[in-house]
Design a protein around this ligand. Structure first.
Ligand code: AP5
Length: 217
């Protein structure tokens, strides 16, 4: 089973991916998390990616395609995986199709998260993330029990560099200009499912399970 979560920054892809992979027992492949880890480790990829990410631009396709190609050949991916944040351009989607031709896997569903712009800005401007386990919080709507300490792993909880207001605007523009066409690519293949991603996390989760035909286990 291969499922991709698609949607603008702040639409809840990471939040839902974490819940879904537990339920479906497949790995989450978040390109944003992989890049942030590369930056933390100071790898050549991290050094190149940081400049693009800090401005709200996309990291070049060639780097992203190599990154995902390498990851999906891992033994944990042989029965499927959940893509979070990839593909983000039509070129990435076409490259993924080529990888699938070689592996025999196929895209089952692309879940396109729909959230209005005001809500996206509100979610991103208040978001806090754990630098250790990646858990996501919000300074108004989903606070940690102890200030700036993760409820799950007690790691430090901070604002992401690209959640500054000027970068948020740039990321939303990048989504509209470079990423939105991917929706049409998958609609034409008959695998796109629009998800109303407003409402509580649990409500969105239930809508996703209904859309992919997997009830609660
Ligand atoms: P990435 O990390 O993928 O960022 P993104 O797509 O911009 O998405 P976000 O992580 O900001 O949001 P999300 O949709 O996961 O929302 P979340 O669940 O956290 O990418 C970062 C950068 O890396 C890109 O800008 C680009 O530079 C680069 N990159 C990555 N992949 C790339 C690729 N394939 N090609 C090129 N470049 C690439 O939720 C957000 C907030 O909302 C949280 O506070 C959360 O608690 C809250 N929230 C979630 N659900 C709800 C709900 N239902 N109700 C209320 N609040 C909610």
């Amino acid at each position: 089973m291969v499922i991709a979560l698609f949607g603008p920054p702040g639409s809840g892809k990471g939040t839902q991916a974490k819940a879904l992979v537990k339920h479906l027992r497949i790995p989450q492949l978040s390109t944003g998390d992989m890049l942030r880890e590369s930056i933390k480790q100071g790898t050549p990829l991290g050094v190149k990616a940081k400049g693009f990410m800090d401005k709200g631009d996309l990291v070049p396709d060639s780097l992203m395609i190599d990154l995902i190609k390498d990851r999906i050949t891992g033994p944990d991916c042989k029965n499927g995986f959940m893509l979070d944040g990839f593909p983000r351009t039509v070129a990435q989607a076409e490259a993924l199709d080529q990888m699938f031709l070689q592996s025999g896997l196929k895209m089952e569903s692309v879940l396109s998260f729909q959230v209005n712009k005001l809500e996206l800005v509100d979610r991103l401007s208040g978001r806090l993330v754990c630098t250790n386990c990646g858990a996501s919080y919000h300074e108004k709507t989903k606070m940690t029990q102890m200030p700036n300490i993760c409820d799950i792993c007690q790691g430090p909880v901070v604002k992401r560099d690209d959640d500054k207001s000027e970068v948020v605007e740039a990321r939303l523009t990048t989504f509209k200009e470079s990423t939105a066409p991917v929706e049409e690519f998958y609609r034409s293949k008959g695998v796109l499912k629009e998800i109303n991603a407003e409402g509580s996390e649990q409500e969105v989760f239930q809508r996703i399970l209904a859309a992919i035909g997997r009830g609660a286990k």
